[in-house]
Design a protein around this ligand. Structure first.
Ligand code: ATP
Ligand code: MG
Length: 484
């Protein structure tokens, strides 16, 4: 029945009673083992706190010599290990019908208590089958509690892992302010409207609010309002009952129902059709879902976080977005600023993406030189952090260990090769009267191209590599062109 024996710590200061407890348990010693015996509370706490043995159950005499005993001892034991179960033995004369006393013990955290047999029953402390049954039950409870602790710990680890992956990187003033705001928003339960341009990190903010809030153990459901066809929005959001329309052969749970007790993230909220906006308003006002084909209301408790990169006030003015809904959603507005307005974060973000992506791609992490850093800082990133992330990915695909301004420009798409290809080269500006021989024209272009590439790089070696020349050849040719 038990893989391991149930391990008991016995706290008892009278030899006679120790013997009686042992006798009572003896017929079951295949399953139960008294792993240690101490005579006072202090020693018991010492052993529980420091021993390698994990005890399942403490059996303690209520009245023992020494300082700490009774309810105080129960509290201290539970502080050390909440899952240990405590069985208290009391003197019969004291407590046989004292319900308050029993109540106090249980409130303090005891699992069970029993009254000692009178002293003239020498062999047993209590009726053996009852005593042993309470031990088995206590053991089952400790096992359940330990399993629960383990799975709670797993969920906690998962949440920590999500927060690690959804980390908001940056030390600029707007990002520090944003992190503070997220801290406050996760302490309360109001609806939030996140605003900001595309790629600034709005979804990241929504994740951080949910997984730091009270609702973190519940679902976080992301709904992209722009990607659901208008005629399906209501059934997706609110679900339907079986048979409510042709083709409804099963009941469907809506996303709001799935998010019950958790958080719904409505991305691109202004894309919601007007008639769905009415229903959303009702959910927010009364917690009631109008499920298609259902007459009674369904109640849900969800927190709504929305995001938009549009000017939502304009949408309200143009009557594309309901004003009453706007006020309901915009209880706590959060703004995520453009990357160009927090340039100090560019290099931090670039380094962060270089680290995590090179790990993902199982590559050594390349190092940007000063010219590369300057180039990154200079750029405005109209696509914000998402664009920076893509640029870093392109840089990693270039497979260079040292990243220079040249590589950054290439990754940013600043040299637009195809554009150059399409427009004709204005050869006439290279000569005065007579057209040049091929060799002279080649030399002019070579020289200009050598200079151009050299400007983007830090060393001749790098220039040579980009030009596809061996360093010695590069040197010779540069000399021929009068560059050296
Ligand atoms: N401060 C940041 N730290 C780390 N990663 C970030 C940060 N900001 C954005 N990102 C990353 O950039 C990408 C874009 O962010 P996100 O999807 O949150 O932007 P968004 O504002 O929701 O964009 P859109 O409006 O286009 O939906 C994501 O991969 C996100 O993880
Ligand atoms: Mg988004």
């Amino acid at each position: 029945m038990f893989e391991d024996k149930i391990k008991i710590l016995l706290i008892e200061d009278e030899e006679f009673d120790v013997r009686r407890v042992k006798n009572t348990i003896e017929p079951f010693e295949g399953n139960v083992r008294i792993a240690d015996i101490v005579s006072n509370g202090k020693d018991a706490l010492e052993i529980l706190g420091n021993s390698d043995t994990r005890f399942d159950i403490v059996i303690m005499d209520y009245q023992i010599a020494g300082g700490i005993m009774g309810e105080a001892l129960i509290h201290k034991i539970k502080e050390i290990d909440q899952t240990i179960q405590i069985i208290v033995i009391t003197k019969m004369t004291l407590n046989v019908t004292d319900y308050n006393f029993a109540q106090r013990l249980l409130a303090a955290g005891a699992f069970w208590y029993c009254t000692k047999y009178p002293g003239d029953i020498e062999n047993y402390i209590y009726q053996p089958t009852d005593f042993i049954l309470s031990i088995f039950n206590a053991y089952e409870k400790s096992k359940l509690e330990r399993e629960r602790d383990r799975s709670n710990q797993k969920i906690k680890n998962n949440i920590e892992e999500i927060l690690r992956q959804k980390k908001i990187v940056g030390e600029s003033a707007p990002i520090i302010r944003l992190r503070d705001e997220i801290g406050r928003l996760s302490q309360n339960d109001y609806n939030v409207l996140i605003r900001g341009a595309s790629g600034t990190g709005k979804e990241l903010v929504a994740y951080n609010i949910h997984y730091r809030s009270q609702r973190k153990f519940e679902n976080f459901i992301i709904i992209n309002c722009g990607s659901i066809p208008a005629d399906l929005v209501e059934s997706e959001l609110f679900g339907y009952e079986k048979g409510s329309f042709t083709g409804a052969d099963k009941r469907k749970m809506g996303l709001f129902e799935m998010a019950h007790n958790g958080t719904v993230f409505l991305d691109e909220v202004t894309e919601l059709p007007l008639q769905s906006q009415v229903k959303l308003l009702r959910v927010i006002q009364s917690g009631e879902i109008e499920k298609i084909g259902r007459t009674e209301k369904l109640n849900v408790n969800v927190r709504v976080i929305c995001a938009t990169n549009k000017n939502i006030e304009e949408e309200v003015k143009a009557k594309r977005f309901r004003e009453d809904l706007y006020y309901r959603l915009n209880v706590l507005p959060v703004f995520v600023s453009d990357l160009k307005d927090r340039k100090d974060d560019i290099l931090l973000l670039a380094d962060y993406f270089l680290t995590i992506m090179s790990i993902d791609m199982i590559k050594p992490k390349p190092v940007p030189d000063d010219s590369a850093k300057e180039e990154l800082r200079r750029y405005d990133f109209p696509g914000n952090v998402r664009e920076l992330k893509n640029v870093i990915q392109r840089l990693l695909f270039q497979d260079e260990m040292e990243i220079s301004a040249f590589h950054v420009k290439a990754a940013l798409g600043i040299f637009n090769l195809s554009e150059g290809m399409n427009s004709e080269i204005d050869f006439e500006k290279f000569y005065e009267k007579e057209p040049l021989t091929l060799r002279d024209m080649e030399n002019i272009i070579r020289e200009k191209y050598f200079r151009h590439i050299r400007k983007m790089t830090n060393s001749d070696a790098e220039t040579a590599r980009i030009l596809g020349l061996a360093p010695s050849n590069y040197h010779r040719m540069a000399k021929d062109l009068g560059l050296k």
